[in-house]
Design a protein around this ligand. Sequence first.
Ligand SMILES: [Zn+2]
Length: 406
Amino acid sequence: MRVRAHRFRAYSSKTTARVLKTQLEAACKLYNTLLHAEQEEYERNKRTMSRNELRQLALDLRKKNPEFQALHSQVAQQVAERFYQARERFLEGLANKSKNKKPHKFLSLVYPQSGWKLSNARDVGQGKSKKRKARLYLSKIGFFTLILHREFPESQVSQVCVKLEPSGRIHVIFLVEEPETQVQASKEPVKAVGVDLGIARLATLSDGRFLDNPRPLERALDRIRVLQRALSRKKFLSKNWLKAKRKLAKEHEHVKDFRRDLFFKLGALLAQEYDVLVLEDLNVQDLIQKGENKKRRLRLYDSSFSELRAVLEWQFVKRGKLVLPVPSYNTSRECFLCGEINKGLTLKDRVFHCPRCGFALDRDLNACLVLLRRAEWVPPGVPAKLRPLPPLPSLGLVRRGRQGWL
Ligand SMILES: [Zn+2]
């Protein structure tokens, strides 16, 4: 079984939005209270509390404190669960020690099996503006209208998460457990594509096509920088600070949406044409931390490799196709023809030269041919010519109001 998240935009009345906010604040306080209780327990008895103890403590605190009573009991337990998970990650050395959470960063509540109800799914509008809407009731908070832009198996939902984005938007996320799709064994010849993800070029395919990185972040960066500066002049957590923060978050969200859209279109295109996707198995976190300079790091982050990878993989897995991660070591420095390593190749060199066979090829194209070879596919002896992918449908840069191009 794999867990899938289905995320929908949600709308509510102002009153409900306010209730949600109050609850988030209460949940944040509860989290911090649990944290302090845990610290005290550790100082006194040199032990950490178990998951059940934390859950029970959350319920006890809720009974005593009217502020926490605003929360649904299972939601309160989920706050304990969140704290427990964070502490476990810390104990395993995967995360920093849990700290006091700040209210403006505590932005989601989780409803497990009960406390929510989805109803009144209906089609609204006609033609292009046709939408499917539904009503979601969250116990102790109120009603939300959801835009269901795609189907999802309602009966298999295991958790509902309501999230207030920093920009003020609300999203609802349904977690669904789905059986793994079986990879179809077909007798048709299998077509494989190697994909090299990069900074200068977002993706280079082993068939020679490539997708330039539109770098929406860098283009929106000037605007973001101005907003960031405005934010830093405001008093921390003051009304104006929160306002500026929201504005900045909106800008970031536009960039994020744009990017996701692009990723999905690229993924759909590849999964239609190919049966096997060969990707570098690399640790992006490593790259970001060890990365060269700030600008490079920023761009790397901007092209958000991990999200792109996840989307590409998902598009293949969904269609019952195969994703093969191969070791990333030296892919860009190895000759795809003879396997010789060009040790002198630096990040700046855009063309790969083979010191043994004298072969020269675009660096990224060579890299994805090496990937194909590592996945035990035979790359073409003469690589295809590099050419840009035709514009993906409606990929066009979205014009937004007077602010110009994103
Ligand atoms: Zn060579």
